[in-house]
Design a protein around this ligand. Structure first.
Ligand code: BEZ
Ligand code: FE
Length: 288
């Protein structure tokens, strides 16, 4: 083929690929088809197209070992939650999933009940007890499940973003016993902005969108013989609960943090009253 035109170009490119049938072929063919369709629809000028390529180049340059601007791009465009939805259509009573986000790092194993807030936020923040059970979808407790948690502080920063916090802070790894129960002490998280100092921030600004995520605690739960669960508990009443910048909120994950004014109860947790309590039970599917 040497007379390539606007009309035949997409088909010529598709015909040039030589990939055995399967997921890789489907992926590449659909990528070509949809990107060509986008260009045919939008009809960018050459200057606009170079601007788009420059945006992606800068997105790549922003990535480091602890900063993943491409995941953030996928998150704010709603693509991460679309992939999540497609891959978790049949929950069968298992706890719903949501985005992983870019802030997970390995947490040290901790005793059940540990206080995970060990920086300046422990003095400023609102003390909270988080507890619940890890079960299968029939309600049977799972022993030996690992519950990996991470959250931002009371002013909206993760430890990796803030030199004022200890190196590992507001993270913990707990292992359930016979009863499947977990609990830990922390401070109530606050809403925070996704990083806006890179190309994704420019995109949000250009789109007239705020960068805020409603307050949440991340959970990554693993248990032998069960599908892993990556999710959050969101704080009911948060002002951004209806407009999460990454579209991660699901009703079943939004919980009341219940205030408790009893000094006697608070003392049991080494807290001053008032403090908050939240209970969330997680149900995991068995692997097939
Ligand atoms: C997070 O919850 O940590 C997060 C998720 C998506 C984008 C940015 C942050
Ligand atoms: Fe988060």
């Amino acid at each position: 083929m040497r007379n390539i035109t606007e009309d035949n170009l997409t088909q010529v490119v598709l015909d040039r690929t030589d990939i055995p049938d399967g997921r890789t072929k489907d992926f590449i063919d659909k990528l070509i088809t949809h990107v060509h369709a986008f260009v045919r629809d939008f009809e960018p000028t050459e200057e606009e197209w170079f601007k788009a390529i420059d945006f992606l180049t800068r997105t790549g340059h922003m990535c480091t070992g602890t900063r993943q601007e491409f995941i953030l791009l996928s998150d704010v465009l709603g693509v991460s939650m679309l992939v999540d939805a497609i891959n978790h259509r049949n929950m069968d009573g298992a706890t719903e999933t949501t985005v992983t986000g870019p802030f997970h790092t390995d947490a040290p194993p901790m005793e059940m009940g540990a206080m995970i807030a060990t920086g300046p936020e422990a003095e400023r923040g609102e003390p909270s007890v988080v507890r619940g059970r890890i079960t299968d979808i029939d309600g049977n407790p799972i022993k030996g499940a690992t519950v990996d948690v991470w959250q931002s502080d009371d002013i909206g920063y993760y430890d990796t973003q803030d030199v004022n916090q200890p190196e590992i802070n507001l993270r913990g790894l707990f292992t359930t016993g016979e009863d499947g129960e977990y609990w830990f002490r922390t401070i109530k998280p606050l809403y925070y902005p996704v990083p806006t100092d890179g190309p994704v921030g420019e995109l949000l600004k250009a789109a007239g969108r705020h960068p805020m995520r409603p307050a949440h605690i991340h959970f990554w739960i693993k248990a032998d013989g069960h599908e892993q669960l990556i999710t959050h508990i969101f704080v009911e009443g948060d002002e951004y609960i209806e407009s999460d910048a990454v579209f991660g909120v699901k009703d079943s994950l939004v919980m009341d943090f219940i205030p408790n004014d009893s000094q006697e109860e608070a003392a049991k947790y080494d807290f001053e009253a008032p403090f908050y309590e939240v209970e969330y039970n997680f149900a995991l599917k068995k692997t097939e």
